[in-house]
Design a protein around this ligand. Structure first.
Ligand code: NDP
Length: 400
């Protein structure tokens, strides 16, 4: 069917690339381009011979817009899938605009010097993308991504109006290390050490980091502590789900993770303010990343399951009702299939699906869109087909 240019070759990209190669009918050709070309070459070597997808590789600094434009012109892809870091989003969007190629990502732009992630920078491209006749699909991972598609699906098939959404992200996996992060440590720690917030009655309510804790009994995983965090899909769902009164996001953390994080915070290791060290400027959080286990190395060690989903409460035919839509993913099964644990798997699969729907035209519309703005049905079908089956539970346990 077509050609996809994938930028980045880390944990999430590796899964998306495996999945593209399982789906050769759609992805006849992929080009993997990243900062460290040897990683792209190693993955190409692993996958070649197991797939009909033709794989090429390239070196790219995705912060260099002219270089990106030259690469896109050379590769001539139908779409670009951005699986580098949120800092690169705007540069890659600029290059796609200059070359009139569709754009897909999994995380919203974040400036490097302030841990503040919002959609405003990317939404500012709406008119230009519309004028250029190309689609930007934002947030096609799991959360954001699948959780947003679950919301659109619930609204389409189960409710006249959704009033409350609780997004619950539970990782019941154990990698055996006292402290490690399941995806890019810098992005992960910036996210969890920031203030929490939720949307209520038309405005944001801010909380201290980890201030709100709940305990929840997760299907197929068990009882876990979870904490309220700010999360990017709240911002777009608040606009796109009519009648919404409150949206909250909770993520589970074990006590060992929290104790280590507190200690690292207390000694200044999670700071993103540059400091001078032996005559060289370093960012403590980037140094911490360098000494922590590489998330990719967790794959073979991680046991247990993730359960990520949304509890919706709203009205249907005048009656109040609640449903819970979730996916359960097994770390060891993911590792066996694609050589990565479930956190990368649950993000890489929807990234492939988003790229597929854009390339096939089902999710093409000139402009900049979040995933919940498209018809959820083809995405929900593809989740079942490509390894992330979901469950709809009526009358679930609610979060107070
Ligand atoms: P990794 O750190 O494992 O991978 C990032 C990749 O991007 C690396 O290959 C890195 O290259 C490359 N890269 C970084 N900077 C540049 C640059 N300037 N130019 C070219 N390549 C670059 O991260 P993850 O795979 O864990 O995360 C990827 C993305 O997915 C992130 O944006 C993250 O926020 C998002 N994500 C989204 C989730 C969701 O559910 N929506 C969940 C988890 C992650 P190198 O190999 O040289 O370091």
């Amino acid at each position: 069917m077509g050609k996809l240019l994938i930028i980045g070759c880390g944990g999430v990209a590796s899964v998306a690339i495996h999945k593209c190669c399982q789906n050769s009918q759609v992805f006849e050709e992929i080009c993997i381009a990243s900062r460290t070309k040897s990683k792209c070459d190693a993955l190409k070597e692993k996958l070649e011979g197991t797939t009909n997808t033709k794989i090429t590789t390239a070196q790219i600094d995705a912060d260099n817009v002219p270089a990106l434009i030259a690469l896109i012109k050379e590769v001539k892809p139908d779409a670009v899938l951005n699986l580098a870091l949120p800092y690169q989003d705007l540069h890659i969007m600029d290059a796609c605009l200059a070359t009139k190629v569709h754009y897909i990502d999994t995380a919203n732009y974040e400036p490097e010097d302030t841990a503040k992630f919002e959609y405003k920078w990317q939404w500012a491209y709406r008119q230009q993308y519309e004028d250029a006749g190309i689609t930007a699909l934002l947030g096609s991972g799991f959360d954001p991504g699948v959780t947003s598609v679950f919301s659109a699906y619930a609204l389409k098939h189960y409710f006249d109006e959704i009033n409350y959404i609780d997004i619950l992200d539970c990782n019941g996996g154990d990698h055996g290390y006292p402290f490690a992060t399941n995806f890019n440590p810098e992005i992960n720690i910036r996210e969890v050490s920031a203030k929490g917030s939720y949307w209520e009655d038309g405005h944001w309510v801010e909380t201290e980091p980890m201030e709100i804790k709940r305990v929840y009994q997760f299907p197929q995983v068990g009882e876990k502590d979870m904490y309220l965090l700010h999360h990017e899909e709240i911002e777009s769902l608040a606009l796109n789900i009519p009648g919404i009164k409150r949206i909250r996001f909770f993520m589970t953390f074990g006590q060992s993770y929290l104790t280590h994080l507190k200690c690292l915070e207390n000694v200044g290791m999670t700071s993103i303010e540059p400091i001078m060290y032996e005559g060289k400027e370093i960012v403590p959080l980037q140094f911490l990343k360098a000494v922590l286990p590489d998330p990719a190395s967790l794959g073979p060690r991680t046991k247990g399951k993730t359960n990520i989903g949304c509890i919706f409460t709203g009205k249907k035919d005048g009656q109040e009702k609640s449903i819970y839509i979730y996916n359960v993913c097994d770390h060891e099964a993911c590792y066996k299939e694609v050589g990565s644990q479930a956190v990368a798997y649950t993000t890489g699969v929807p990234a492939m699906i988003g790229a597929m729907l854009v390339m096939q035209g089902a999710w093409q519309k000139p402009g900049v869109y979040n995933v919940e703005e498209f018809d959820p049905d083809p995405f929900m079908d593809a989740l079942n087909q490509w390894g992330l089956p979901w469950v709809v539970e009526e009358n679930p346990e609610l979060v107070d």
